[in-house]
Design a protein around this ligand. Structure first.
Ligand code: SF4
Ligand code: SF4
Ligand code: SF4
Length: 274
């Protein structure tokens, strides 16, 4: 009975530990608030999930995603997009954006894979509201575009830093606003064109270049008991990311695309996915 609450307790403990450690080492109470808030949102979401609430994932996505977009990005004026990461990295600053990328997108995926994409991303928070929750067509071979957008973001910020602009902080703020408007516009357009809410994630988003390699070794992943599977294909049809989840191997097709949304698990008639 208590076992089902364990993930919630573990997540909260990890986040509070990070919160207190960063608060004390960096002497900044913001970190205590920030990581405790995120940890509480995720652990409440996990509690809702084990209680069978369908809106559990969406709750976490909105609670964390809107906090980052509105509070950190717009109100605190920290560029939380990949350009912000490059910029703060160029300054050698271990601040919100660099810490955020290190925790959520570079090293964290070793533990929770692409959990960021399923439970926290403010771009997907909106894209998931669109009508094409399950892709209507097989995945296209357009994933290479992500590497181009990744390189373009690095080149853009390198150029801006080399120009030594006096008001670069202001430029980064407006870049954050412009970047998000562009992400939403392209994401929504692609979703309707390709009839796939997550088309932007699959083909355009540069952050996946960080997310994918570590996700391959993720501690938390969806398992499939192939001896139970009756090959009905329901899990494959509902998967928004085209993961070959009815195979147990880490080498299953699109393995590093799983966003841990658990739609496949809900759909499996023989509980082969866990
Ligand atoms: S792939 Fe990019 S846009 Fe999609 S959920 Fe992940 S970080 Fe967000
Ligand atoms: S449906 Fe299953 S395999 Fe597909 S992304 Fe969600 S959790 Fe991963
Ligand atoms: S839904 Fe379950 S039984 Fe059907 S293919 Fe997937 S794992 Fe196998």
């Amino acid at each position: 009975m208590m076992k089902k609450y364990l993930p919630s307790v573990v997540i909260l403990t990890v986040f509070v530990t990070v919160a207190v450690t960063l608060w004390l080492t960096k002497d900044n109470i913001f970190y205590l608030f920030n990581f405790s808030y995120i940890g509480i949102c995720i652990s409440v979401g996990l509690l809702l999930m084990v209680s069978g609430k369908k809106y559990a994932r969406r709750f976490v996505q909105f609670a964390v995603g809107s906090y980052m977009l509105v509070y950190l990005g717009l109100m605190s004026r920290e560029n939380m997009q990949i350009e912000g990461f490059w910029y703060y990295l160029s300054l050698g600053a271990f601040e919100a954006a660099t810490i955020h990328y290190a925790v959520a997108k570079i090293f964290g995926p070793l533990i929770f894979g692409r959990g960021w994409c399923g439970y926290a991303c403010w771009t997907a928070m909106i894209l998931d509201l669109l009508p094409y929750k399950q892709p209507h067509e097989p995945r296209k071979r357009l994933g290479f575009i992500r590497y181009i957008t990744f390189a373009a973001s690095l080149a853009l910020v390198t150029g801006l830093v080399l120009m030594k602009l006096a008001d670069i902080e202001m430029v980064m703020f407006w870049l954050f606003i412009g970047g998000n408007v562009m992400y939403y516009a392209v994401g929504i357009l692609l979703a309707f064109l390709l009839k796939d809410n997550r088309a932007f994630c699959k083909y355009i988003c540069p952050i996946t270049v960080f997310l994918k390699p570590m996700s391959r070794y993720s501690l938390i992943r969806l398992h499939c008991d192939e001896s139970k599977c009756i090959g009905c294909g329901k899990c494959l049809r509902v998967c928004p990311m085209n993961v070959e989840v009815n195979k147990e191997s880490r080498k299953r097709q699109n393995a590093t695309e799983c966003i841990l949304c658990c739609e496949c698990k809900k759909e499996c008639p023989v509980n082969a996915i866990h």
